[in-house]
Design a protein around this ligand. Structure first.
Ligand SMILES: Cc1cn([C@H]2C[C@H](O)[C@@H](COP(=O)(O)OP(=O)(O)OP(=O)(O)O)O2)c(=O)[nH]c1=O
Length: 190
């Protein structure tokens, strides 16, 4: 698992999949004109490839999983907030509206570099919040390491009135997509 995200680690663990955590230090900058699908697939692949390469060099095999999540509102890509003011700007623009969450998933086999890449999109509908609610939410600290500055699996759930698509995609790892992709490497769950 090429990830430092505790949420992704919990989700992998919930599948009963034996794994090790080996976060990647891949560069996450992309050209400003890239479309959301291209961004999440390329970053998921960079993360998985970086760790697969390290394992290959040290003679270890394994299927390396990389993933990347972004929030997209009116074509604007929202990643993780730089600071509290950035989180407030994002939450002010997201509240009372609907947006898309994109997660890219990449699997790379360390032994031979074989790779599979895909993504999922989930639409998230949000209720309206006052500026005071947004500030209180930011003060909890929850938004600071999350794309779009909210966590559907935490207090951010109270912002969400409904979703269309995979819930786990919003949390950062679409499990049904992942298991479909693992089948291509003969890893069958359940
Ligand atoms: C929208 C949303 C995002 N997130 C998280 C998932 C990701 O961890 C994070 C987006 O940042 P990412 O850059 O996708 O991932 P990361 O830096 O946390 O971890 P790594 O690159 O090491 O795998 O936002 C939630 O936990 N809940 C949510 O509701």
């Amino acid at each position: 698992m090429a990830s430092s995200s505790p949420r992704r680690q919990e989700l992998i663990t919930s599948l009963g999949l034996p794994h090790v955590v080996q976060p990647s230090d891949a560069d996450e900058t992309v050209p400003a004109d890239w479309a959301p699908t291209r961004i999440v697939e390329a970053l998921a692949l960079r993360k998985a490839q970086a760790v697969a390469q390290e394992r290959h060099v040290s003679g270890e095999d394994g299927i390396v999983i990389g993933s990347d999540t972004i929030v997209v509102l009116d074509g604007e890509v929202l990643g993780k907030p730089h600071d509290e003011a950035d989180a407030e700007r994002m939450l002010t623009s997201l509240q009372g509206r609907s947006h898309e969450v994109y997660t890219g998933v990449a699997l790379v086999r360390a032994a031979d570099g074989r790779q599979e890449v895909s993504h999922r999109v989930t639409t998230v509908h949000m209720t309206a919040w006052t500026q005071e609610q947004i500030r209180r939410y930011i003060a909890t600290g929850e938004p600071m390491d999350k794309a779009g500055s909210y966590a559907i699996q935490g207090i951010g759930a109270t912002l969400v009135t409904g979703i269309e698509g995979c819930y786990f995609n919003v949390v950062g790892l679409p499990l049904s997509l992942l298991t479909d992709m693992l089948k291509m490497f003969d890893i069958i769950i359940p």
